[in-house]
Design a protein around this ligand. Structure first.
Ligand SMILES: Nc1ncnc2c1ncn2[C@@H]1O[C@H](COP(=O)(O)OP(=O)(O)OP(=O)(O)O)[C@@H](O)[C@H]1O
Length: 243
């Protein structure tokens, strides 16, 4: 069946979590103390499928496991138990280097605090993942300029991050995350510190990115969650609803 004729629910999943648990052990034994801190179970028994074309929200109170789940979905972290399969590859057991390659090839990541390089232009920042990908300079420039146009920043391509507003920097970060044309775009609190109008613009840019990929957003912002197709609600590390 042609891809275009498929609805998101008919497409194969791009990320699958099966009965995933993530525990953090805080502190460690030292020479002077045998006492270890208790283990925190940040996620427990979470199973989720995410397919291209879906705009998925992750919601829940502070500490409920949203960022932990996002990091697992993005291949930034691996579960203590259970399995995460990203673009057909299980993340557990891969070396750091192979996991980094898997992310480079399949995932775009947007953090709340952008993490743009201050000394280079918006266009240079967007082109950075393509350097790692081995794309030539003129194609990098062309792609980065095109992506900045798509997020409404045609007239800011040569500005450095410090010369841009928070919302503009966030749009540069989204354009950078899209540079490698990833199958899944992951965003952690992308509207966190933005005013309503700027936040709405970011939501629009994320929504417009879902045509051929999955977009997964962890957020406290109900305006973001209302725009998604589906919300995964977490409480105390457990998935309490999916729909
Ligand atoms: N590196 C870590 N070491 C120890 N505990 C951690 C670590 N990261 C997260 N936790 C704990 O895991 C739980 C889930 O954290 P997580 O950051 O996933 O929650 P969250 O829902 O994203 O919270 P917020 O909305 O406040 O960002 C919390 O109890 C947190 O304290």
């Amino acid at each position: 069946m042609a891809e275009a004729a498929q609805t998101p629910s008919e497409r194969p999943q791009v990320v699958a979590c099966r009965d995933v648990t993530r525990e953090y052990t805080r502190g460690s034994e030292s020479r002077f103390s045998r006492q270890t801190h208790p283990t925190v179970t940040a996620l427990e028994g979470v199973s989720v499928d995410i397919r291209p074309g879906e705009f998925v929200g992750i919601a829940g109170p502070s500490g409920s496991g949203k960022s932990t789940l996002l990091h697992l979905l993005a291949g930034l972290d691996t579960p203590s138990e259970g399995e995460v399969t990203l673009a057909g590859t299980k993340t557990t057991g891969l070396s750091e280097q192979r996991r980094a390659r898997l992310r480079l090839e399949h995932v775009g990541i947007v953090f709340q605090h952008f993490y743009l390089l201050p000394s280079i232009s918006a266009r240079g920042n967007v082109a950075l993942p393509l350097v790692e990908y081995g794309v030539g300079k003129s194609t990098r420039r062309e792609t980065a300029t095109d992506l900045l146009g798509r997020v409404g920043l045609d007239n800011r391509t040569t500005h450095k991050p410090g010369e841009l507003s928070g919302g503009e920097q966030q749009r540069v970060a989204i354009a950078r995350a899209l540079a490698t044309d990833p199958e899944v775009l992951i965003a952690d609190e992308p509207t966190g510190e933005l005013d309503t109008e700027t936040g709405d613009r970011i939501i629009g840019v994320l929504r417009a990115s879902t045509d051929d990929r999955a977009v997964v957003v962890a957020s406290h912002d109900e305006r973001v969650l209302e725009e998604t197709d589906r919300v995964l609600r977490l409480r105390d590390g457990r998935l309490v609803s999916d729909g």
